[in-house]
Design a binder for this molecule. Sequence first.
Ligand code: PLP
Length: 436
Amino acid sequence: MPNLPLGKERLHRAAADCGIVHIGTAGIRQLRRLVDRIEAETGLHFIRMEMGIPGVPSPDASVQGEIRALQEGVGAVYPPFEGIAALKTEIARFIQRYMDVAINPPNCFPTLGAMQGCYLGMALAARRYADKTRILFIDPGFPVNKLQARSLGLAYATFDLAEYRGKKLAYKLESVLVDGDYAAILYANPSNPAWLCLSAAELEIIGAAAHRHDLVVIEDLAYFGMDFRTDYRQPGKPPFVPTVAHHADHYLLIISSSKVFSLAGQRIGMLAISNALASARHAHLKRFYPSDIFSEALAYGGLYAIGAGVSHSAQFGLLTLLQNINSGRYDFLEAVRGYAQRAARLKTLFRDNGFQLVYDRDGERSLGDGFYFTVGYPGMTGADLVKALMRFGISALALDATGSARQGVRACVSQIAAGDFDIIAQRLAHFHRVFG
Ligand SMILES: Cc1ncc(COP(=O)(O)O)c(C=O)c1O
């Protein structure tokens, strides 16, 4: 086991071996490779906060549902790429029960994670009109969405939500959207990395702006209901998970199963198109897709053309899980509640050792505890901090790539085990002695 802090030369050598030029601004997967390598070379146990991998086992209902389906032979048969009928019904029921929003089952689709839902959502939204092709990201956000926009050849703009909370959001949106060439607004709620949660009033502002400028709202619910400040656990009863669906006509709800159902490995998510948008006709869609009807273009030109649907057994696994959730037999939010407790404990450890939270307010309220939090250290940029923490056996991601206007790092709590807290406390205290 090496002494900490690790030598700078050792770190740079390992980075060079992994083909990384700048450690501080390396992407998630590069950092992961680098940490794997240092762990293997030195035997040091890293505190891994760089990647958002679930730290909870997949629910038994989905595992059993999938095994049963495979035993019954679905593996030999192509799945319906628009989703098996029973799954489409359960997705619609889930949205009804937890969000109080009615979406017809034909407009609900399984996708290859939220990732595919966002990709297709942007592609379709930006192909409705020849001259409305730009995406507005409300940041800080998930960097992969920008990669997707680039690969689709779409220009985009972003701003940091933290600077424009409440009524300021309306003025900011108007000042950006006035250009008139925007196709969609995309944001995650709660957000990755900052864990900012939009209020009902802010969602109403977004819905109104989308209506005024004929935009599609792409609402990424990758952390569905995981704002643990409010208890959303009772299906069919208020409070319901906040959504723009109550304030907009043309929207896509993208619900990931990765974190909230701990099914990241199965690559299955859900995409629901508002009824009004699903049936909307846009002649320009025909340039790219076999239909000018939004939902048909998405299904036949999007889901079918890219991979022809989600694996058959994963669809059955999600179906069984949703049946259990929708009927109140499985409390999916209880299963992931532990993340909030970990975050609260970790934030205290960081603060006790000279760090500050980079994002700590949600408008008028204190930020909730969830899957991620953000920290900075006085006098260090986010990139400096990534490198410095790494020398103390802690890996995290710089905020630079997320569209944040602030300096710091994102810490993900999911891989922190009970035995790690003492180690983190010692390493952060040591860090503070060296840099404080
Ligand atoms: C905001 C956000 N959207 C989408 C995703 C990807 O979700 P999925 O695994 O369902 O593709 C993530 C994963 O980290 C995320 O943080």
